[in-house]
Write a protein that binds this ligand. Sequence first.
Ligand code: UDP
Length: 236
Amino acid sequence: MQKLEMLYEGKAKRVYKTDVDQEYIVDYKDDATALNGLKKGTITDKGIMNNTISSILFEMLEGKGIKTHFIKKLSDREMLVKKVTIVPLEVLVRNYAAGSLSKRYGIPEGTKMDNTILEFCYKNDELGDPFINEYHIRAMKLAEEKDIRTIENAALRINEILIAFMKEIGIDLVDFKLEFGRTPEGEIILADEISPDTCRLWDAETHEKLDKDRFRRDMGKVEEGYMEVVRRICEK
Ligand code: UDP
């Protein structure tokens, strides 16, 4: 497998072509951003930790019948993935109120939601990833009705699997963000990453935050939070 030219550089990852037509390499960086790119920094070895966590979670999800872009972990910071075109939606799944949901509706952080909340944002940095609903999604031709249903069902199933997985390692899955991609054959599969950058993970006993909120909110011990997630997942 040969790593060829870089196709895309995002805030936390770089994507490279390979000598295999349908396979890309994702390279995880230590760069961290928050507040729509306003806050910038680095989290030491974040790329290594997020690649480790994402690889384990994607493999676990595949084992439970979820189709993902993950093929295999290649190195500390690299994973091999299937080529997809990202559907420009951020799919937010929430079990407890936190972050922007708490702000918007005045619900105290940590309040358990009676039902899982699913939200969509339009993935567009210039616009600041604004909230979007199904009517907008269809009107803007971001996804068809049947694709929205596929994404919705997959997100809810992934939530069930992740809640159970995290519970076993003493973590409450507060909320998380997913992205989906379309294969050249038109199939919608899970893409991007699942890591403390994209999930809120709270210790089930102490409610200590083990995720990117430590960076966003200048809480300190950011690396330690990520490392604790790695440790618990790897010991499982
Ligand atoms: N999230 C993300 N990328 C984004 C926006 C949100 O990974 O661009 C994740 C975030 O880490 C959290 C969940 O989605 O786990 C819900 O985020 P929220 O809407 O509360 O946004 P925030 O408070 O981070 O602005």
